[in-house]
Design a binder for this molecule. Sequence first.
Ligand SMILES: [Zn+2]
Length: 426
Amino acid sequence: MTIPVDIAALGARAAAMIEQLGAISSAPDNLTRLFLTPEHRRAADLVARWMGEAGLAVSEDALGTVRGAWHPAGPDAPRLLIGSHIDTVVNAGKYDGALGVILGILAVEAVARGGLTPGYGIDVLAFGDEEGTRFPTTLSSSAACAGVFLPASLAAMDGEGISLAEALRAYGKTPDDIATSAYDPSRVIAYVEAHIEQGPVLEAEDAPLGIVTAIAGASRLSITVTGEAGHAGTVPMRLRRDALAGAAEMALAVERIARAGTDGMVATVGRMHVEPGSVNVIPARVVFTVDLRSASDASRRAALTRFEADAHRIAEQRGLGVVISAFHEVATVPCYHDIQRRLGDAVASLGARAPLLPSGAGHDGQAMAKLCPVGMLFVRCKGGISHNPAEYASPGDMGMAAAALIRFIERFQQPHYNGGTSGAQT
Ligand SMILES: [Zn+2]
């Protein structure tokens, strides 16, 4: 059956809900809503109210994830999970995370009210810890749902010395209950998330929506370059071992590698520390970081190998020492091919074109992929700006995204994804 959709009305509702949720902040003059804070509580309560008004059965798990259940085929039927997060970074935009939760509620409300009776159920999820702003953990809410929560992260401390375990207790939760938050993989069909793109591609392509092919994996390196300090006025150029000049050449090398790279590869040198850091002393030691991402682990590894070779060659030519250490590694999560296709069909049925693109940013889907196949729908955002108060998605685009989720749910018809989260990459 085809549920009637009014894109303008859906967009207007989404925009009003974005404003309401965006007003819940710990700061008077910007949006800051961190995990397990009073603001998280207020946001969770608002989301729970919306879910209840939409006809969903509301519960909350041991990590504070709000769950809105619509189970027309009974509680034992397999479930489609639709979600995103309601925590933010400091001085955030209103759309990152919040939009996906709101669109999930609007879409499920529409199909439920429209009389759809699929053979599966839907849970709308509002996670509380995606950004990793308060604790040095991230995705702990979705990890708990996926059954891969690491108990060691309970000891993680926030900036005020409060551990995650203590914060959970203060929020009214029992850390011992976390294992009960895990979904039974045999009962879950897939996880789907709508999210603002956080990049400029859809705007450049003049497309309101995009289909995510993969959540890019990331490698982070720390590179220490050692040379020799010397007087800026007396050491001739040919006798210098300038650690900063070498580090700069290495930064340009990784830029060149990423520019020539495939699978949406991007590389960033975001931090560089120079010693001794004096205006009249040749730099003796430089420590800098490289953040390298791509939607293919193979291309990322090949790029890392090339960069290491370049860095050692540059160091040798300049008489410098170089030590490279990797301190963070996250594998690429491919979005399930069949879900990409179904999301694309749903968008096409609305008369729009949805380009395929990788996500350079991390998302809850990275944890949920440990549980089930994942898919993501991107919504165009103005100027590609996010993690910034200027973040903006138009009501028209949000309405299109809600309508696309409705069409996706209608067509979903309980496919049989029998295990395996990375399969079907056909
Ligand atoms: Zn987000």
